[in-house]
Write a protein that binds this ligand. Structure first.
Ligand code: FUB
Ligand code: ZN
Length: 627
C-alpha cells in the first residue's frame, strides 16, 4: 500500500451478523446501555446537564460528568444506527433538551462551570472543558448519523465555533491547549462530517501549539509530561503521562499525519507505537501501568499486582492503531488493536454486561486486598478492586465500552485504491465502495476462538483482497473456491488480486496454537515466568478452578501439551486450556534448603477477559517456568 492512501471502512458499512462480537453487541444492547443510563440517572449525571444546579441542591455537577453522558449517547447512537428504538431516542432527546437549556447564547456549554463557577470558564487548563467538548462533538455526530436529528449537532457546532474563536482566533482563554486531549480527534471528525475547514484548522492549531506555549505551563497541576506538554508533538518519541490523554492525542496526531501526508508526524506516531508495544504494554494490551497519574511509566515498568491499565486507555490504544493502519499497512497495528480489544478492553465488562472494571491488573491476591482494605485511608497501597462494579465515581470507562463495542465494525476492513485490507477478523457483512465499484464481502468465522475465516464475495470485479496474517500465526493456508493457492505474506498481508465473481469464496485457515510467551528480563516481575496465549487471547488462571493451589507457585512446562476445551465459564461458552503443571509438595516452613520435588497438577486457564465473573479469588497471568 502506498503511504497515506488508506481509507477507513466505518462500522456503518459493516453489519455484525454472528460469532463473538454479535454476542457482545447483543449483550450491550440488551443490558449495558440501560444499566449505564440508570446509574447515570441515579448519580445525578443526567439530571445536571441543564446546568440548573444551585447551592444546597443534591448532585453538584462535576467538571467532566457531561462527558460520561455524551459518550453514552455516542455509544447508544452506534446501536441506534442499526436498530432505531423510540424509547432510547426519547431518553437521548431529553438529555439533548437539557444541554440546549444549559447552552449560553455565545455557545458555551459546561454544566459545572455554568452552574458552579461561571467566572472561571476557560481559565484552568486541567479542568476538562475541552475534553467535554470533544465528547459532545463525537456524541452529536453519532446521534445525527444514526437518526438524522440535528439538534445535538447544532449545539456542538455552536460550542465548537466559540472554542475556535476563543482559542485559535482571539487567544482570549488563559491557556492555549487542552489539559486533557480528546477535542483534537473530535474536531477532525467534525471536519470530515461537515467539510468545514475551520474545525481541521482548530484541531491542527491545538496539535501544533501543544508543548510550545508558556501559558500552558503555569497551572497548579504543572507536570507537563502528565499532559503531553513537555515537548512539541513532533519531538515526542516516547509515550508519556496520563495514558488516555496520550493515546487520544496520538490518535489525533495520526489523523493529522494522514490528512496532511506529513512524514515527520507519521514517523513520530510510528516511534510512539514502537515505544508502547516494545517497552510499555502488557501482554494483555493494557497500557498506563501506574495509578500515579493513571500514567505510562518508564520502559519495562510493568508490575502485575498494581498494574493500572485503565479500560479507556486500551480503547484509546485501539483507536490509535486503527488510524496507523491507514497511514501504512503493517499487520502489527491490527495485532495490537486485537490484543487490546480482546483482552484488556473486554475485561472491563462483566459477562453479565452491567458491571465494569476501570483497572485491569495481571494478578490479584485477595489476602493482600483484604489486608489493604482493612487499613485506614492513608495507610493503604493502591490496589485494583477484585470484582467489577456498576458505576465508579469517575465513570469514563463504562460508556467508552459501549461505544467501542457498538462501533467494533470499524476494525474490520480498510481499503487503499483497489485493495481491501481484511484487518481484524469478525463474523460480519460489509459493503465497501472502492472508487466507482461496490464490493460486498460476507465473512464467517468463530474468531478469536478459531482461526478459520471464510470470506465470500457477493460482487463481480477486479480488486485485491489483502488478508492479514497476524504475528502470532506461524502456519496458515489459503483456498479460493476449494483450491489451495500459494500465499506468501508481504508486510503481513496475503494479497489476492483477481477478477472476482459473485459467490467466490476465500478460506483462510490460521493454525491457532497454544503458546508459552516469556517477557523481557528487564521487566522485574516477569523474570523466570511465562504466560499462555492462543491467537489474540491471553489466558489466566483463577483460584476458583485450582482449589488448594497457590497460583504463583505453579510451574509450567510445554504449551504443546495443553488441550483446548470448549467449556462454559460463568454461563458463556469459551475455550479453556488444560494441561500439566507442577507445584511444590507440602511446604510448612517459611524457609528451607532448596529441594527439587514437585507435585503434578492439572492447570486450567480461561481467557483473561472473562476473569472475575465467578466470585473473588486469586488470579494470575504469569507462571513460573519449569526448566
Ligand atoms: O479525566 C477524565 C477521564 O477520567 C480520563 O480520561 C480517565 O483516565 C479518568 O481520569
Ligand atoms: Zn476510563
Amino acid at each position: 500500500m502506498e503511504k497515506y492512501t488508506g481509507k477507513p471502512v466505518g462500522f456503518g458499512d459493516v453489519e455484525v451478523t454472528g460469532g463473538f462480537w454479535k454476542k457482545k453487541q447483543e449483550l450491550v444492547e440488551r443490558v449495558t446501555i440501560g444499566a449505564v443510563f440508570k446509574r447515570f440517572e441515579e448519580t445525578g449525571r443526567n439530571g445536571c446537564l441543564d446546568a440548573g444546579w444551585k447551592e444546597g441542591m443534591p448532585f453538584r455537577p462535576h467538571i467532566f460528568w457531561e462527558s460520561d453522558v455524551t459518550k453514552w449517547i455516542e455509544g447508544a447512537a452506534d446501536f441506534l444506527r442499526k436498530h432505531r428504538d423510540a424509547a432510547l431516542e426519547e431518553q437521548i432527546d431529553i438529555l439533548v433538551d437539557r444541554m440546549e437549556k444549559a447552552q449560553d447564547e455565545n455557545g458555551y456549554l459546561n454544566a459545572y462551570f455554568t452552574a458552579v463557577e461561571p467566572e472561571a470558564r476557560f481559565t484552568r487548563r486541567t479542568d476538562h472543558e475541552l475534553y467535554c467538548a470533544g465528547h459532545l462533538i463525537e456524541g452529536a455526530i453519532a446521534y445525527c448519523e444514526a437518526t438524522g436529528k440535528r439538534k445535538m449537532l447544532d449545539i456542538a457546532i455552536r460550542y465548537a465555533d466559540l472554542i475556535d474563536r476563543v482559542f485559535r482566533i482571539e487567544h482570549s482563554a488563559s491557556f492555549d491547549t487542552p489539559g486533557h486531549e480528546e477535542i483534537e480527534l473530535a474536531l477532525f471528525k467534525l471536519y470530515r462530517y461537515t467539510g468545514e475547514e475551520r474545525y481541521r484548522m482548530l484541531a491542527e492549531y491545538f496539535l501544533d501549539t501543544r508543548g510550545t506555549s508558556e501559558r500552558d505551563g503555569t497551572y497548579s497541576f504543572a507536570d507537563l509530561e502528565h499532559m503531553q506538554s513537555h515537548l512539541p508533538v513532533r519531538r515526542q518519541r516516547t509515550a508519556e503521562g496520563h495514558s488516555v490523554r496520550a493515546l487520544y492525542l496520538y490518535s489525533a496526531m495520526a489523523d493529522m499525519a494522514l490528512l496532511e501526508k506529513e512524514d515527520e508526524l507519521a514517523d513520530v506516531c510510528s516511534d510512539l507505537f514502537e515505544n508502547i508495544v516494545n517497552r510499555r504494554m502488557y501482554i494483555t494490551g493494557g497500557v498506563g501501568s501506574t495509578h500515579r497519574g493513571e500514567s505510562f511509566s518508564y520502559d519495562y515498568d510493568l508490575p502485575e499486582y498494581t498494574a493500572y491499565n485503565e479500560t479507556c486507555a486500551s480503547i484509546a490504544l485501539a483507536f490509535f492503531c486503527r488510524r496507523l493502519w491507514l497511514i501504512r499497512a503493517d499487520r502489527r497495528y491490527a495485532d495490537c488493536a486485537e490484543l487490546a480489544l480482546y483482552n484488556t478492553v473486554l475485561s472491563g465488562l462483566s459477562l453479565s454486561g452491567d458491571e465494569f472494571f476501570y483497572e485491569n491488573p495481571l494478578a490479584v491476591d485477595p489476602r493482600r486486598t483484604a489486608f489493604n482494605d482493612s487499613r485506614a485511608q492513608g495507610l493503604r497501597e493502591h490496589l485494583p478492586i477484585l470484582q467489577r462494579v456498576k458505576v465508579f465515581s469517575c465513570s469514563c470507562c463504562p460508556p467508552n465500552l459501549i461505544r467501542a463495542i457498538g462501533a467494533i465494525g470499524d476494525y474490520m476492513y480498510s481499503f487503499s485504491g483497489n485493495t481491501v485490507y481484511a484487518q481484524c477478523y469478525m463474523n460480519a457483512d460489509a459493503e465497501i465502495t472502492l472508487g466507482a465499484r461496490r464490493v460486498v464481502l460476507r465473512q464467517r468465522t468463530e474468531y478469536p476462538y478459531d482461526g478459520n475465516v471464510r470470506i465470500r464475495t457477493e460482487t463481480d470485479g477486479d480488486y485485491t483482497v489483502a488478508l492479514r496474517i497476524p504475528s502470532w500465526c506461524d502456519a496458515y493456508t489459503v483456498h479460493i473456491n476449494g483450491e489451495e493457492i500459494p500465499a506468501e505474506a508481504e508486510e503481513g498481508y496475503v494479497l489476492l488480486a483477481r477478477t472476482w465473481s459473485a459467490g467466490d469464496e476465500v478460506v483462510l485457515d490460521m493454525v491457532m496454537e497454544v503458546k508459552l510467551i516469556e517477557g523481557n528480563p528487564q521487566v522485574p516481575d516477569l523474570c523466570g515466568r511465562a504466560a499462555f496465549t492462543r491467537g489474540p487471547l491471553t489466558f489466566c488462571a483463577e483460584g476458583v478452578d485450582m482449589p488448594g493451589v497457590q497460583l504463583r507457585d505453579i510451574r509450567v512446562g510445554n504449551a504443546g501439551e495443553y488441550a483446548v476445551l470448549e467449556e462454559t465459564v460463568a454461563g458463556e461458552r469459551m475455550p479453556v486450556l488444560e494441561g500439566k503443571a507442577y507445584v511444590r509438595p507440602e511446604f510448612t516452613e517459611l524457609y528451607r534448603p532448596c529441594r527439587e520435588s514437585y507435585r503434578e497438577i492439572t492447570l486450567r486457564l480461561i481467557p483473561y477477559h472473562a476473569w472475575a465473573n465467578r466470585g473473588e479469588c486469586e488470579m494470575t497471568v504469569w507462571f513460573l517456568k519449569k526448566s
